[in-house]
Design a protein around this ligand. Sequence first.
Ligand code: NAD
Length: 240
Amino acid sequence: MKNVVVTGAAKGIGRAIAIRLAKDRFRVLVNYNRSIDAAQKTVEEIKKNGGVAESYRANVASYPEVKKMIDDFCGKYGEIHGLVLNAGIYIRKNIKEMSLEDWKNTIEVNLNGAMYPVKAALNCMKKGSIVFISSQLSFKGSRSSAAYSASKAGVLGLMRALSLQLAPEIRVNAVAPGTIDTDIIANYTPEMRRERERQIPLGRIGKPEDIADVVSFLLSEDSRYITGATIDVNGGLYIH
Ligand code: NAD
């Protein structure tokens, strides 16, 4: 059985990715930081469908915690075949409102927290696939968070460098979601949702499963000749 780590997998996009990869017959490490109940529910859902998963608490912004999580998983089950760097935060404040603490937290979770699991897993990954979850806001900027845009653009730089450094054994790619229906857009009013739907050529806000299916592809043999790529999954909201 192949082993995969999904960060921030208790809810939202990470949860859908964990569930999908378990269906693809991966043993899934469901990482979470604070959402212990949600993480447990994700694991139960996977087991109910005959999959194999366990949850593990680690703050992705802490290298010692990430290293322990990876070492424990590797020690228990051997080689890791996949990493999905999904954990992320989005603090909606423009540059005038944002504190330096907001900036630091965003970079620490979204950028450092995407790199730490890779660094920690190198001795345990011989061959496999790494997928970063970036954002369309890495390309087009964000009115509400410079830190988020910068961190998600940083993730793409990291992905491109690693795709060269880890080839040919390990493929490294990114998915750039558009607007996806999770807690991150929980503050949208019905009018904001309708307006966003009008802007999306495919006519609807995305579902977490829309991202999970593409991550599944990037972890599968079907994507064997793809590395260093960013796949937009945004319903056509941003075409470039
Ligand atoms: P979400 O808030 O539901 O999920 C984020 C997950 O990351 C949560 O489970 C959270 O607990 C976890 N997390 C946060 N900080 C953590 C930490 N320090 N350590 C471990 N886990 C931590 O939001 P989501 O929409 O599912 O977001 C998933 C990813 O997709 C994020 O990287 C986000 O930036 C990205 N994304 C989301 C959208 C969208 O519209 N929803 C669009 C583009 C990109």
